[in-house]
Design a protein around this ligand. Structure first.
Ligand code: NAG
Ligand code: NAG
Ligand code: NAG
Ligand code: NAG
Ligand code: NAG
Ligand code: NAG
Ligand code: NAG
Ligand code: NAG
Length: 486
């Protein structure tokens, strides 16, 4: 085993040295995981963003206005936004932004007036509207120190062309001069409130939702996953692209990570709202981390040992036991399997496979005495791995495709192992594979915020990576999602 891992090390080093000049030219780490949001995804986001902005602007509070002009005293209170009619668009703004653009829209307000002219008082409600409302907001996206996606800053520009208010009531024309003055004031105040409301919505509220995306998160007892962004997101005219590290790590030894040799996945489809790519490195780092965590080790004895297999092992090793010590004839037999090097995944257009090398030992375990080894053999197996999405988790279904055992000591012993081939394969198929699948079906979360689900997903296999296209579904409005996070 030492020899084996040593050889692997040398082999890897050879590859490393061979690739070194090439790698030095690559300034960036290749991503193990990528996400692309397409224009179709943006269309859905636009819908949600508009609703959200309408809610946020609807919550703007306006200060009261009081004043005195000659014999006229006025106060304007309870200024509320009653209706927003936004004509809005959300578009990609290269190289790092999303532009939310409101054109020629209207905002309807309602307020209470109280006017005293000489000694006569006039009170009542008034409807007013702001017309020709233009808002131009760009959300600039970036990665923060932790590697999380966030809105780094918001540039905002708002203007209101006209304010209308109909002061009817008792005094009619008396209001004219005050009305002009009030409308100007209201327009000024409203205009000044819009951008701070949108800045807050972006920098505080949306960032709060982005906080729910896992960056470095524990997956289970053994491993964690690193979804930190490798660079700032890149916005083009047709997509928003994010490169994540996409690497598993062992929780006990976070620095022992697999060298990333994988290809950089290519996304070139735009039909669905979102595309994700996962490279071989993504899967290999997982296999490596579990391997380093000592997970791939198994002891099959007693009730877990199928009776017919035990019989077969007894028959096969009858001679060996007689030679060793006939008194051990009835001692229980056990099997020990240990994966000897980190399993390796291979992704091709025809599908994904994982290759596993393991050592198998057959032991006699007399009660109260130390175990006696009867045989040691090498096992090579290959699994088909089917990747699928389960809600927002990425799960894998394995099934055994190729299985081979042989002796690494002699060809003769390899021949003797032929009868064991079928039963051991069955053991793997019937006992171990279902156990692995029961485990892998829990899946691992992908980096999307809470409350946003994937639907209609479609998995495709390419040379060296997998892509998953899907549509997005908001479980509730953006505002409700954000409220749930606080
Ligand atoms: C692999 O990752 C290491 C750091 O973990 C980095 O220094 C190196 O450039 C990466 N290599 C490639 C080919 O991405
Ligand atoms: C807002 O839009 C709706 C439908 O587009 C329209 O019926 C309504 O009159 C508009 N309100 C204002 C104040 O423009
Ligand atoms: C803005 O909207 C109003 C009413 O909907 C319309 O009369 C006006 O022509 C529009 N202005 C522009 C510049 O589109
Ligand atoms: C203000 O608008 C509301 C609804 O649009 C309407 O019911 C109400 O009568 C209006 N009030 C005045 C004073 O015009
Ligand atoms: C919005 O603002 C951006 C940058 O501030 C500018 O490039 C763009 O022309 C503006 N768009 C509109 C419609 O005003
Ligand atoms: C906004 O953030 C982007 C990305 O981090 C940065 O390039 C840009 O300079 C920032 N702009 C302002 C005005 O801070
Ligand atoms: C044969 O395989 C077993 C199990 O993997 C291992 O422990 C042993 O060292 C190997 N022997 C040789 C000579 O490679
Ligand atoms: C599957 O896993 C769950 C928990 O991880 C466990 O409770 C259950 O017994 C397992 N089922 C099988 C058939 O192994």
């Amino acid at each position: 085993m030492f020899l084996l891992s040593c050889n692997m090390g040398l082999y890897r080093m050879a590859i490393f040295i061979f690739l070194l000049p090439h790698m030095a030219q690559m300034t960036e780490i290749s991503p193990g995981f990528k996400i692309r949001i397409t224009s179709r995804g943006l269309e859905l986001l636009k819908h949600e963003t508009q609703k959200f902005v309408e809610q946020e602007l609807g919550d703007i509070t306006m200060p009261e206005m009081h004043g005195k002009k000659g014999n006229l005293q006025y106060s304007i209170t309870d200024i509320k936004i009653t209706e927003l009619n936004l004509t809005a668009d959300l578009s990609f703004q290269p190289v790092d932004g999303l532009l939310f653009d409101v054109q020629n829209s209207s905002i309807t307000l309602n307020f209470q007036r109280r006017v005293i002219y000489w000694l006569i008082q006039d009170v009542g409600a008034i409807n007013a509207s702001a017309e020709g409302v233009y808002i131009n907001t760009t959300l600039h996206l970036a990665k923060d120190e932790e590697g999380r996606l966030k809105i780094a800053n918001v540039s905002c520009d708002a203007s209101i062309a006209k304010m209308r208010a109909k002061f009817g009531g008792t005094f009619g024309r008396v209001y004219d001069f005050v009305a002009t003055f009030l409308k100007t004031g209201m327009r000024f105040i409203l205009n000044r409130q819009i951008c701070p409301a949108l800045n807050h919505a972006g920098l505080v509220l949306i960032n709060q939702l982005l906080e729910t995306i896992p960056v470095r998160a524990k997956v289970d007892y053994y491993v964690g996953i690193d979804y930190s962004l490798l660079s700032d997101p890149v916005v083009s005219g047709t997509s928003l692209d994010m490169d994540f590290r996409g690497m598993f790590y062992n929780l006990q030894n976070k620095d022992d990570i697999l060298e990333n040799y994988s290809v950089n996945p290519v996304l070139n489809e735009y039909n669905r709202m979102i595309y994700m790519a996962l490279s071989e490195y993504f899967f290999d780092s997982g296999l490596y981390s579990y391997f380093k965590g000592g997970v791939f080790r198994m002891h099959i004895a007693n009730e877990r040992m199928p009776k017919d297999l035990e019989m077969l092992l007894r028959t096969t090793y009858f001679g060996a036991i007689m030679l060793l010590n006939p008194a051990l004839m009835d001692a229980p037999i056990s099997l020990e399997m240990e994966v000897t090097s980190a399993p390796k995944s291979t992704i091709k257009p025809s599908g994904a496979t994982a290759t596993v090398h393991a050592g198998v030992r057959v032991l006699l375990v007399p009660p109260g005495k130390s175990p006696v080894q009867l045989s040691s053999m090498t096992m090579e197996s290959k699994f088909n791995a089917k990747v699928y999405m389960k809600e927002k988790r990425l799960a894998i279904q394995l099934d055994l495709r190729r299985f081979k055992i042989f002796s690494n000591q002699s060809a003769l012993e390899s021949l003797a192992l032929i009868p064991l081939q079928g039963p051991l394969k069955a053991l793997l198929q019937v006992t171990i594979v279902p156990m692995l699948n029961n485990y892998t079906k829990k899946g691992v979360q992908i980096p999307l915020p809470d409350g946003i689900d994937l639907i209609e997903d479609m998995v495709e296999y390419h040379d060296g990576y997998i892509t998953i296209g899907a549509n997005l579904h908001f479980r509730s409005g953006l505002k409700e999602l954000i409220e749930k996070t606080s």
